[in-house]
Design a protein around this ligand. Structure first.
Ligand SMILES: [Fe+2]
Length: 144
């Protein structure tokens, strides 16, 4: 899988670099390809997966928007909860539907490392990319 990273906001796009970054609006020239970015994080922190790989739970019927049958993607980082401290925290979660970017949730040390996405779109697979300010990029996928 090809991976393109925005140098301005750290957003990742798969397959090709977009005309402009959907998160920060930076031009295509700001994207740099690094297909090994997830492998690099795992190699630098071989024990880090348990605290960094996003845990994804899919709930098909949360009842928040019952007339629309939203599909809810619950994300927690990670199996052992990642710290959220001034010097070490999860900065954002980016959600993708079939490798197409959908939305970002920004996090801060005042928050727990998790989020819920209420999807109206249908697809077959969601991916969540997580950025740790010290330990880089981690990803996980789930069928919906
Ligand atoms: Fe970390």
């Amino acid at each position: 899988m090809k991976v393109f990273i925005c140098k301005m906001c750290a957003h990742i796009e798969f397959s090709s670099a977009p005309g402009t970054c959907p998160v920060c609006g930076a031009p295509q020239s700001q994207f740099q390809q690094n297909d090994k970015v997830f492998d690099e994080s795992a190699e630098k922190s071989p024990e880090g997966g348990i605290k960094h790989v996003p845990v994804i739970t899919v709930v098909a019927d949360c009842k928040l928007i019952p007339e629309q049958n939203c599909t809810d993607i619950l994300v927690r980082v990670g199996e052992t909860l990642h710290p959220m401290e001034e010097k070490h925290y999860i900065t954002f979660l980016d959600l993708y539907l079939d490798n197409r970017y959908v939305s970002r949730v920004m996090l801060s040390p005042d928050m727990y490392p998790g989020a819920v996405f209420h999807l109206k779109s249908t697809g077959s697979k969601v991916s969540v990319v997580e950025m740790c300010n010290l330990h880089g990029y981690w990803i996980n996928k789930a069928d919906i």
